[in-house]
Structures are given as structure tokens and as C-alpha cells.
Write a protein that binds this ligand. Structure first.
Ligand code: UGA
Length: 437
């Protein structure tokens, strides 16, 4: 099929490459010329495991190309809109300016029978507004809302073999057409057993935000238990294991620690709250404000533990911060708890040396004042304390004895409960996790 993908960020670039990998003819479009130049050369402008390989193979076949000119979408009959919907400056609602601009720019190039599939995460009600607008700007084109559930770090696999596909479509003939076109786009996943939920716009939009709200709530739930564990001497990891054995609860996303970040969960729960308030149903999701607060408190808890372990004397102390990305296998520092902790410790007068296998450049753009080390050994050298905030495998594999030889003080805060506390203590370290004895 002939496909255009508007917006080539973490979502769109992977979607474009994956669709070409599946055999479709794809053009990826973005207003950022540097990004398009890099993608055209087969170089992803961000770190995503597996993306370089499919980008190279798809561009080599000639099925994948990139352009800054939206007119190049005209040759396609299915158009995915995958632009960002960041949090509004100074507010909680989603900023829809990129979505609106993409639809306005695309409309003149659409033909009757084309399907536009929205992938961006939008407030409920957006698709029906955009569909009404398309009726006058691109008569005969049909809008579907097809939310994306990929996880950074696993984006290629999640796009090629998703857990589920959701199509929000209009009633009647146009909806049936859009669903059948999307079935053809995703034929290989559907043949592989991926379930498809065909529904209306509002449900499709809500599936996306409620899935992220549920995941955020699950993480904050276990982090709330960590807070209780901290004042009772209980161990949140054993607690998570025990409740996780109940299949109705499940162990995944029950890792207590410094909390969630990234370009999705934090802004999505805030945008959901803002939208529910606009709809007069703020109380229905008021708990998400609590979810947000619990999450942000965990960052402070990591800082407080460091301060406590350094006897209140952080000023001038050298602190190695292991991790900057919001999670391992990503270079994304948007709303990253790790970066936040590094910045706050520096604000307290510490000599922070932060490191990350992939995210230093992105962190440096946001916080040029921080000191960065390209490898863990340099960051750890002569440190008075160590804080692990992103559980990259190379950090969780560190040997306490070996690290102990490098540092000045054997003090570590494990902000992801990812280290073997017994082994670190046995090597003479003062070890503290979150919600653990
Ligand atoms: C999240 C969702 O998982 C995807 O399904 C969704 O498509 C995506 O948002 C999106 O809306 O685009 P992602 O942001 O890539 O994906 O990251 P997650 O793997 O969900 O992790 C989010 C944060 O939660 C990370 O900071 C991670 O460290 C934290 N986390 C995760 C925990 O603190 N504890 C856990 O047990 C699990």
C-alpha cells in the first residue's frame, strides 16, 4: 500500500520504517530538515534498538523515503499523522498545535477515498472535530483514529507485532472503508493473531489515555506502598512479588523506585485530567493528580536519602549519578526522573558527575551546566556517594568491590531497586533502596 507518515519523531520514524519493512511503499514527512536528512541517510536521529537495521533495509529497497514537502504525501492513499502532542506551556492540557497544523497542511493533498489515520495521543473529542473539519477541507477523505501503544526501547517490535490494534472509525460506509484499509495495512500482524478492536472515535482516543493512566497508576500504587514500607520497615520488593503472583494483579509495572517519566505517561495523565475537567467530570480522574504527586515525591525521596547518608553535608560533595534517560534502552530525557535528580543535587551544591550510555547529548541540551562523564568509571572516580537512577544493564552489572576501589565513599542510593542489596552491603557499602529495609 502507499502510505505517508506525517511527523518523524520517536513514533513516526519507527512507524514509517516498520510499514516499509512490512512491504508497503512509504514516505515519511517532517518539517525538521535536519531530521529528514539524517533519516534519508539511514541514520535515526535518536536511539532506538532495531531501528537502524530496518531503516537501512527499507531505504535500500527504495520503499522508504523521507521528505520535508507535505505535497509528497499526495501519492499515498493512507496517511498516518504521528506528530507530538506535548504538554502546554504553563498548563496541563495537551498542546494540539502540531496536530492541527499537520491536518491543515495535509488536507489539500488528499483525494476522495484516502484514509487519514491519527496516531498522536489526543484529548477525547479531537478526532470528531478533525473529521468535521476534513469534510470541508478534503471532501471524501475518511478519518480513523488508530492510537499507538509502542514502548520506547521496544518500538520496532511493538509496531510490527502489537498487542492489539484499535481503530476508531465513523459510522456506516466510510467507517467500514477505513477499517478495511487499516486491516490491509496491518495484515501481517492480524494474520499473526493481533486482535483488532473497531470502535468509535471517542473510545479509541480514550483507550490510549486510559491505558497510560492505568500504567501510571500501577507504578504510583507500588510507590505509595514503598512510602508506607519506609515507615514500617516492610520491603516493597517482596510485597510486589507477593501481590504480583495474583494473576489479577500481575507483577509487571510494579517496580517501585524513582518513578515514571518520559514523553508520554506524565503529560498524558495531566492532559487527561485537564480534558476531564473541561468535560465537567474532573472528579472522575481526580485520583490522577495524586498519581502524579506520588510520582514526583519519589524524586525528592532519592534526594533526601542522599542528603541523609551524607549527614546533611551535600555541598561540595562529589556525587556520581548513573543514568539520565527516563528508562534504559532509550536516549529520551523528557520529564526524566534521573535528570531531575541530577539537576536538583547540583542545586544543593553537590559536584554532580552524571553519565548515561545514550542520553548525555539530549541531557546536555537541556542542562548544559551539569558535568557529564561518557563512562561510568569516570563518573564514579572519587565519588562521595553514588545514585543509580536509570537501570541500564551495564549499571546493574557493576561489581560492588570493583566500584568500591574507585569511589571515596561507599554510599549508594539505588533509585530503581535494581541492585543486589546483600552483595553491596557485604562489600562494605551503605546501601539504600526505595521502600526497602
Ligand atoms: C508508555 C507506554 O508503556 C506505552 O504503551 C505507550 O505507547 C507510550 O507510553 C506512549 O504513550 O507513547 P514509554 O513511555 O516508552 O511507554 O515507557 P514505559 O516502559 O511505559 O515506562 C514509563 C516510565 O515508567 C519509565 O520512566 C519507567 O522507568 C517507569 N516504570 C515502569 C517504573 O517506574 N516502574 C515500573 O514498574 C515500570
Amino acid at each position: 500500500m502507499k502510505i505517508s507518515v506525517i511527523g518523524c519523531g520517536y513514533l513516526g520514524a519507527v512507524h514509517a520504517a516498520a510499514m516499509a519493512e512490512l512491504g508497503h511503499e512509504v514516505v515519511g514527512i517532517d518539517v525538521d530538515a535536519a531530521k529528514i536528512e539524517s533519516l534519508s541517510a539511514g541514520i535515526p536521529p535518536f536511539f532506538e534498538p532495531g531501528l537502524p537495521a530496518i531503516l537501512a533495509s527499507a531505504t535500500a529497497t527504495g520503499r522508504l523515503r523521507f521528505s520535508t514537502d507535505i505535497a509528497d504525501a499526495a501519492g499515498a492513499s493512507v496517511h498516518f499523522v504521528a506528530v507530538g502532542t506535548p504538554q502546554q506551556r504553563g498548563g496541563n492540557a495537551a498542546d494540539l498545535r502540531f496536530v492541527n497544523a499537520a491536518f491543515e497542511a495535509l488536507a489539500p493533498h488528499l483525494k476522495a477515498g484516502d484514509v487519514v489515520a491519527g496516531k498522536s495521543t489526543v484529548p477525547v473529542g479531537t478526532a470528531s472535530r478533525l473529521s468535521a473539519r476534513l469534510e470541508s477541507t478534503a471532501p471524501g477523505a475518511v478519518l480513523a483514529w488508530n492510537p499507538e501503544f509502542l514502548r520506547e526501547g521496544f518500538a520496532v517490535k511493538d509496531t510490527i507485532s502489537p498487542d492489539r490494534l484499535v481503530y476508531g472509525v465513523p459510522d456506516g460506509e466510510p467507517g467500514a472503508l477505513a477499517a478495511s484499509v487499516l486491516d490491509r495495512v496491518y495484515a501481517s500482524a492480524i494474520e499473526g493473531g493481533t486482535p483488532v478492536v473497531v470502535t468509535d472515535y471517542a473510545t479509541a482516543e480514550l483507550v490510549k489515555v486510559s491505558a497510560n493512566a492505568f500504567l501510571a497508576t500501577k507504578i504510583s500504587f507500588i510507590n505509595a506502598m514503598a512510602e508506607i514500607a519506609e515507615v514500617t520497615g516492610a520491603d516493597v520488593t517482596a510485597l510486589a512479588d507477593a501481590i504480583g503472583y495474583d494473576a489479577r494483579i500481575g507483577r509487571r509495572f510494579l517496580n517501585a523506585g524513582v518513578g515514571f517519566g518520559g514523553g508520554c505517561l506524565p503529560k498524558d495523565i495531566r492532559a487527561f485530567t485537564a480534558r476531564a475537567e473541561e468535560l465537567g467530570r474532573g472528579e472522575s480522574v481526580a485520583f490522577l493528580k495524586e498519581v502524579d504527586q506520588i510520582n514526583l515525591r519519589r524524586r525528592q525521596r532519592v534526594i533526601d536519602l542522599i542528603v541523609e547518608l551524607l549527614d546533611g553535608q551535600v555541598n561540595g560533595k562529589r556525587i556520581a549519578v548513573l543514568g539520565l534517560a527516563f528508562k534504559p534502552h532509550s536516549d529520551d530525557v523528557r520529564d526524566s526522573p534521573a535528570l531531575d535528580v541530577a539537576v536538583q543535587l547540583r542545586g544543593l551544591g553537590a559536584e554532580v558527575v552524571a553519565t548515561d550510555p545514550q542520553a548525555i547529548e539530549n541531557a546536555r541540551v537541556r542542562h548544559p551546566q551539569l558535568k557529564y562523564a561518557t563512562d561510568a568509571n569516570t563518573a564514579l572516580q572519587d565519588a562521595d556517594a553514588v545514585v543509580l537512577v536509570t537501570e541500564w544493564p551495564e549499571y546493574t552489572a557493576l561489581e560492588p568491590e570493583v566500584v568500591g576501589e574507585r569511589v571515596r565513599g561507599r554510599v549508594i542510593v539505588d533509585g530503581r531497586n535494581a541492585l543486589d542489596a546483600v552483595a553491596w552491603r557485604a562489600a562494605g557499602w551503605t546501601y539504600r533502596g526505595l521502600g526497602r529495609r
